[in-house]
Design a protein around this ligand. Structure first.
Ligand code: DUC
Ligand code: ZN
Ligand code: ZN
Length: 487
């Protein structure tokens, strides 16, 4: 019996901190040795000319999820997890989405029953909470957090999902008590509703008007309000899918004041613009997501936030709806923008496109790339150091990147169940060619090498970042502010 099940040799390991020429020894799914000239394993992989990176952690994706208006995503936990793996991601954190009236336990049981027999890589869940009544917040939510679902998303918009500020405060108070991470979709519902009405009254229903209705100011105002509510209750919070500079600046200001406010952005805000929504006929529907892609200047602002550390995580927000009557156009072939299913796919291209356009162009340091795509999401959601790094004791979740492999991104080449990709024809200048999850080779030579259902459920720790601030902020003087001991 050999000392290692698998040894990756002759390559450089790269983490959020360093780059080292060393071999990686793997036993029973864990990294057990890092160093030069390790003894042979049951199997050795030659990583000459490849970079050995942590497998990615995609902390925001919608898989086998029914939207609030009843539209099902094209990907189930098999196709979704396979697609993630082919793009170098080894952990996914999709949502278990509560529809109003449902118990959280029932929701999680349903998603677990879907995911367990199908996922090929490890997975956990965030909850989506759309019903914040006392029993749910007071009893069900703490039980779910205790069971390892230590983060949840809430919405400030969408009729069927949105919580008002009062309910948000109740949810934040529960998160503070239980030390869970709150993720928030920050757009002002009434601003969007009001502009939408005016646009539709004037016959402006084409997809491009989606981006006008979801004005930057709606995102900025809601971001500011969400941060204010989090500050009032001294609770950490992560603003998901940030698309524009005004919202980003709200996050920067909060961070500069010492608040534990985190930001997430996604490929669509780096690589798409409003021009993509202005395509022939209904084709712009393929690019409708919320918040929407904006303009070139916004793209630059989002890049700068990703590079300078303002954003903590880079997620796909994979929300795959087919471009047909079961998905994007479920409200009809000429549906107005407010009835088009919201979301774009991106699980598989998340890391290759960022590596290509960020690292390969010299714009983004490779360590920062790893931080936002793997290490920080693992830390933010209670998975570090098990996931998101290459270290002795961590799970052997690894992607071998070939910097000489160019791949043309097409819907046919990707492994999701989608009939389009918003990035059709783009060239990725590097690709993760071998992908390993808990020591199992999941992808090699462009083939899937594991069985459906071989991914494991991740019961997560309470995130370090979800600890309350304990009044590090000067303004949080208990004599002049609401005292959080009353929560
Ligand atoms: N929010 C998401 O997180 N994803 C898709 C659409 C949306 O509104
Ligand atoms: Zn959202
Ligand atoms: Zn999303």
């Amino acid at each position: 019996m050999r000392k290692y099940d698998l040894v990756i040799r002759n390559g450089h390991t790269v983490t959020a901190k360093d780059k080292v020429k060393q071999d990686v020894g793997i036993k029973n799914g864990k990294i057990v040795a890092l160093g030069e000239n390790l003894a042979p394993g049951e199997r050795d992989i030659d990583a000459t000319d490849l970079l050995i990176l942590p497998g990615g952690v995609d902390a925001h994706c919608h898989i086998e999820q029914k939207s609030s208006s009843g539209v099902m995503t094209a990907d189930d936990f098999y196709s979704g997890s396979v697609s993630a793996a082919f793009g170098g991601t080894t952990t996914i954190l999709p949502f278990a989405a509560q529809h109003r009236g449902q118990s959280l336990r029932e929701v999680v049981d349903d998603y677990m029953a879907c995911a367990k027999p199908k996922a090929v890589i490890d997975f956990g869940f965030h909850l989506i909470i759309s019903d914040a009544d006392d029993a749910i917040i007071g009893q069900e939510l703490p039980a779910m957090i205790e069971d390892g679902i230590t983060s949840f998303k809430i919405y400030m918009t969408y009729d069927d999902l949105k919580l008002d500020d009062y309910d948000i405060l109740n949810v934040l108070a529960a998160a503070r008590r239980e030390q869970a991470m709150v993720m928030i979709h920050a757009e002002n519902h009434d601003v969007i509703r009001w502009i939408t009405e005016k646009l539709l009254d004037q016959g402006c229903g084409q997809p491009k008007y989606h981006a006008i209705a979801h004005a930057r100011i709606a995102e900025k105002e809601a971001t500011h309000r969400a941060i204010s509510l989090a500050e009032l209750l001294d609770t950490p919070m992560l603003i998901v899918h940030v698309s524009s500079e005004p919202a980003l600046n709200e996050i920067r200001r909060a961070q500069a004041r010492g608040l534990k406010i985190y930001g997430e952005t996604c490929p669509q805000y780096l690589f798409l613009t409003i021009d993509d929504l202005d395509k022939e006929g209904m084709d712009g529907a393929m690019f409708c997501c919320s918040p929407p892609p904006r303009d070139k200047q916004s793209q630059e602002a989002i890049w700068s936030g990703l590079i300078d550390g303002s954003f903590t995580v880079f997620s796909s927000d994979h929300a795959p709806y087919l471009y047909d009557s079961s998905g994007k156009l479920s409200a009809g072939p000429h549906a107005t923008f407010d009835k088009i299913a919201n979301g774009v796919p991106g699980l598989e291209i998340r890391m290759p496109l960022l590596f290509s356009e960020g690292v390969m162009t010299g714009r983004m340091d490779i360590h920062r790339f790893i931080e936002v795509t793997a290490t920080n999401p693992a830390k933010t959601y209670g998975l570090h150091p098990r996931k998101g790094t290459i270290a002795v004791g961590s799970d052997a979740d690894i992607a071998l990147w070939d910097l000489n492999k160019q791949v043309e991104i097409t819907a046919d080449a990707l492994h999701d169940n989608m009939d389009y990709t918003p990035y059709e024809g783009r060239i990725a200048k590097a690709w993760p060619t071998t992908v390993i999850s808990r020591g199992r080779i999941v992808v090699e030579n462009e083939k899937l090498c594991v069985e459906r259902g071989s991914g494991e459920y991740l019961k997560r720790e309470r995130p370090e970042a979800a600890k309350p601030l304990q009044r590090l902020v000067p303004e949080m003087d208990p004599k002049t502010n609401f005292n959080t001991k009353f929560i």
